[in-house]
Design a protein around this ligand. Structure first.
Ligand SMILES: [Mg+2]
Length: 137
């Protein structure tokens, strides 16, 4: 794909943003992304574990989902070790931004989940390496 924000471009941009801000705003969906809400079966553990790593790195976690059973969804996130810092909003608010919340990356089963997962994983790996080797930068 010859688009500036294909997988490679998106990964480079996310890494640049992490290096600049030393944190990221990570949006994530609930149904069929971190939780098998419709009981289709399958393994959600890799996505959950990546979000746990984001939490350990003190990235901002933003649960972005429909409002139905929102308290229960928050509790499930908490129990999974991915307590959201924000629900249906972002810490960054743009003037005239309207309703669209800002995330550096968004994990959603309907928005290229595997691609977004791999992109975020690369930056998390970088951040972990960096944090274990202070003075590297
Ligand atoms: Mg979903």
């Amino acid at each position: 794909m010859n688009h500036p924000f294909n997988d490679k471009g998106a990964a480079e941009r996310l890494l640049q943003e992490y290096r600049k801000y030393k944190t990221l705003i990570v949006g994530f969906d609930f149904d069929n992304t971190i939780f098998d809400y419709h009981q289709n079966g399958g393994d959600y553990s890799e996505v959950v574990e990546l979000l746990r790593e984001c939490r350990r790195l003190r990235f901002n976690l933003c649960l972005f989902t429909i409002e139905d059973r929102i308290d229960w969804k928050y509790k499930v996130c908490y129990q999974l070790g991915i307590k959201p810092d924000y629900v249906n909003e972002s810490p960054v608010i743009f003037e005239n931004g309207g309703k669209k919340p800002y995330f550096n990356i968004f994990l959603d089963d309907r928005a290229g989940l595997e691609s977004a997962y791999k992109t975020l994983k690369q930056v998390v790996n970088y951040a972990n390496t960096e944090s274990y080797e202070p003075g590297q930068e």
